[in-house]
Design a protein around this ligand. Sequence first.
Ligand SMILES: Nc1ncnc2c1ncn2[C@@H]1O[C@H](COP(=O)(O)OP(=O)(O)OP(=O)(O)O)[C@@H](O)[C@H]1O
Length: 714
Amino acid sequence: MGVGVAWANQVRVEAVKTVFFYVSIVALVCVGYGRCLVGRTRPESEKRLCYKYVWCIITVHSVSCWESQARPRQKRLAELEQQVLEKASRVETLSRQLEESKRHAGEMQGQLEESKCQQGEVEQQLSVRLRDCEEELARQAARPHQVKFVTEIVEVESSESQQAVAEAQAKSAALQEQLSLQRQLLRELETQLHDSQRTSTQLRAQILVYEGEMERAQGQLEAEMQNLEEEKNRVIEEAFIRAESEMKAVHDNLAGVRMNLLTLQPALRTLTCDYNCLKRQVQDFPFMLEKAITEAKQEICQVIGEVSSANQELLRKYKREMNLRKKCHNELVRMKGNIRVFCRVRPVCRGEHDSAENMVSFDPDDDALLYLSNKVKLMTFELDKVFHPQATQEEVFQEVQSLVTSCIDGFNVCIFAYGQTGSGKTYTMEGVAKDPGINQRALRLLFSEVTEKAPDWDFKITVSMVEIYNETLRNLLGDNQGEKLDIKMNPDGSGHLYVPGLTEFTVQSPEDINRVFELGHMNRATACTNLNEHSSRSHALLIITVAGVNSSTGHRTQGKLNLVDLAGSERIAKSGAEGSRLREAQCINKSLSALGDVINALRSRHSHVPFRNSRLTYLLSDSLSGDSKTLMMVQVSPLVSNMSESVCSLKFAQRVRTIELGNATRRQWENSSTSSSSAQALRQTFPRSLSQIWGIRFHSVPLPLMIQVGKPTV
Ligand SMILES: Nc1ncnc2c1ncn2[C@@H]1O[C@H](COP(=O)(O)OP(=O)(O)OP(=O)(O)O)[C@@H](O)[C@H]1O
């Protein structure tokens, strides 16, 4: 039953598989047909090939299907045959058992017959003996006289008769005993007979049971054999029918495949033809490729030639534009003035009780105006830019960074911090560790700028640090702090100055920048007992040289940036210095005066510029002349007690600034008595608002005065 269900399941699974296969084939054909429809441009031979391919798949699958269905049937047939063999062997075993039982029953019957026979014989013997004994007894009984006689005789012949009686009695007892034994034996034989009869009855019943069972088993076996035979015949018949139909289908498919093969041949011929054509093309390809490469090379060469001539043209234009840009820049700087003056008012420091609330004030609308008021009057100072006490280091640097970067373009730049002691010069230039000043920020900016230009330009940044104390030059990056440096004319005949023995440190990474400042600060500190006091009385110079070469044009630039923290500018009279302090103050005064003279002479286009009047101006001579740019950062203390020094510093700054306004046109106005009134008239023609809108600034000091300014008084 279970086998039948499994068989049915398997047939069902096969049927599902077949249906699925045919559905997928139909889908494949549909897709193929759809593609053929879409790609109508495909050759007919390809379509035919596609159909043939599908037919082949169907044929192969049908054969494999038939095989896969025949395989389980054969297996089932083998199982049935195995079952028949098993049943046959069981029937044989049962027959053998039956034979055995029959033989056993025969034996038992034989034994029974024998026992009966023996019993008859014994019974017969016993009955004969019994009869003999009874006869004897009867004879004995029938002879009483004889006994009496015998008794008499016994009485006569007593011993003999007594013996004979005793023997007869013993004989009689023995016979009696034998009789009882025979009776017992008879009883036992009767019991055995009963047992044998019972066993025989049982065996017969068992034989009957076995015979019935055998008949039943044989009937079952025959029925099952018949069923199996029928099933086998049916299955064989079915398989035969299916195989026949499948064979027919296979034959049909085969015929189709043959037909397809016949039609494939022309397609194959076409393909072979195409292949030969392609082969010829492949053979020709290297020549075609070579030809194409040669043509492409020629075209590329032509294009390269065109591009290089265009490049040359662009380079020429670029150089022209660069020169123009430089000229424009110079013109712009010239218009703005090569000297710019900023003012920075430091905040009131902790512990300073001298409130400056009313002494310094600012114009909310104009960041170039600063007001100083003492008890009696209010003074107005106009500069290029005024930084109020809250201005950050970053804000200050924002204003000076264009000057700093111009040294990459080959300009010489000087930035001075000027002011009395304690007005914030060192703070502005050096700053503090957490908030560095112009020096560090400038070096970092230059480094990042040249790094950005690195692909086109090869720049080298070198740094030197010197200190001028009592007109003596000291190298702050060198090993020997006691060595005094000299300024000499360069023996190469270039007319430039140089300082023999001055250390030049090449900056190659941002870490180098930190190293330079640490070393400079350390060397400056080791050379003096009180750094603060010492720094007030000496000028500190950071000299940065930026030299670059353009890798494509070979164009070279060299610019120098001088960052100068000047010594304190307080008046000797007020400080009341004596001895060494007096000499220090005189030296400071001398160098600051010389700086004023140089600026004055430069802006006045004097034929002689007194650079040699101090070490400071002599050292900076190449950075102050020509197209160089100068920024003076005037530091002002907000304290009332520093009022007079603040006024002096601001007056000096303003004079410096007004000098630069008298540029090219100043020469015409020099020594002209009308120039003052002309400038005044010009100034009056521009309303202040207009001048602010156009960025043109007029100053409160008359222009001719600028030229008349002599040495700045400090
Ligand atoms: N803008 C500022 N913000 C905060 N503190 C400042 C500022 N400017 C100056 N100071 C502080 O004022 C004090 C004096 O400044 P600094 O030492 O820079 O003056 P200096 O002009 O260099 O003096 P010296 O000529 O003696 O060297 C310092 O403690 C400094 O930190």
